[in-house]
Design a protein around this ligand. Structure first.
Ligand code: PMP
Length: 289
């Protein structure tokens, strides 16, 4: 996966990165009209590929976008792209845009959807963050209202999250907590959130207006295997302030402890035992254990 030889899958072919281009009339570019996925590759294996492919097709269905490949063909194209770039530890970005059209919004005046697959190496978060935990701030930008653009759709329109991410980076944090229109906890800009309180693992339900993270699902499964009670329940910021432990999950971050929200120390102020155990279990799962 060196810069020079990176091959991108576009319009059914693997082409040099420099030649992988889309039209300025593509509605993905003009309007954020499209869907995407981010997937990890561990040990040369595309991690939880079926789950990601399923979410991709569900997102596409929700925005009335017909992907020109079957899920099986998409899986094959992803594997081919990963292999062509010799990626054993890395990241796959799958992008389906509406395709080139006129300057109007009408999807009937666009061409076939564009399928793009990028397989590359990934820059990881520094190890100290996993050891010491993150400080997170609550953004003033609320999560998209599900009735406007459902957060369950992994759409190309990430402006909502970007505005919250700016608030995070302005205060020196790498993640911001986003609330929904009811003031309940939704998720972070690119991660789902969990707390541990009195031995119970809790995370907001899909109805809170979240992306149903694949990592979130995997961690809930690991927690149940470990004998923990797992609850999808509505929560407010106060629940996080008074939690015993808190962590985030996401494809890029995996499982990362949170030790401070809005200047309130969570639990002991260091990554807790349940978080550490789940982090370890996730490390085993991702490498095929
Ligand atoms: N929420 C949002 C808004 C995200 O963009 C992501 C990253 N895809 C997540 C949660 C975590 O989801 P996943 O575990 O599938 O990466």
């Amino acid at each position: 996966g060196t810069e020079m030889s990176l091959k991108v899958y576009i319009a059914g072919e693997l082409v040099d990165k420099a030649d992988a281009k889309v039209s300025v009339f593509d509605h993905g570019f003009l309007y954020g009209d499209g869907v995407f996925e981010g997937i990890r590759v561990y040990n040369g294996r595309v991690f939880l590929m079926d789950e990601h492919i399923e979410r991709l097709y569900e997102s596409a269905l929700a925005i009335r976008l017909e992907i020109p490949l079957s899920p099986a063909e998409m899986t094959e194209a992803v594997n081919k792209t990963v292999a062509a770039n010799g990626i054993t530890e890395g990241y796959v970005r799958l992008v389906i845009s509406r395709g080139a059209g006129t300057l109007g919004l009408d999807i009937r005046r666009t061409s076939d959807p564009q399928v793009i697959i990028i397989a590359d190496t990934i820059s990881l978060y520094p190890p100290e963050m996993y050891r010491d935990g993150l400080k997170v701030v609550t953004a003033s930008t609320i999560r998209n209202h599900a009735g406007a653009l459902s957060p369950r759709i992994k759409s190309l329109n990430y402006l909502n999250n970007i505005l919250a991410k700016i608030e995070a980076t302005d205060t020196g944090c790498i993640e911001a907590l986003m609330l929904n229109a009811q003031g309940e906890v939704a998720e972070c800009t690119g991660d789902n959130i969990f707390i541990v309180k009195d031995g119970v693992l809790k995370t907001p339900p899909p109805e809170a207006g979240i992306l149903e993270g694949i990592t979130r699902g995997a961690v809930m499964g690991l927690a149940r295997q470990a004998g923990l009670t797992v609850q999808e329940v509505a929560m407010v910021r106060h629940d996080i302030y008074i939690a015993d432990e808190c962590f985030l999950t996401g494809t890029a971050a995996e499982v990362i402890p949170v030790v401070d929200l809005d200047g309130r120390k969570i639990g002991s102020g260091t990554p807790g035992p349940v978080t550490k155990d789940l982090l370890e279990r996730f490390q085993t799962l991702k490498t095929g254990g």
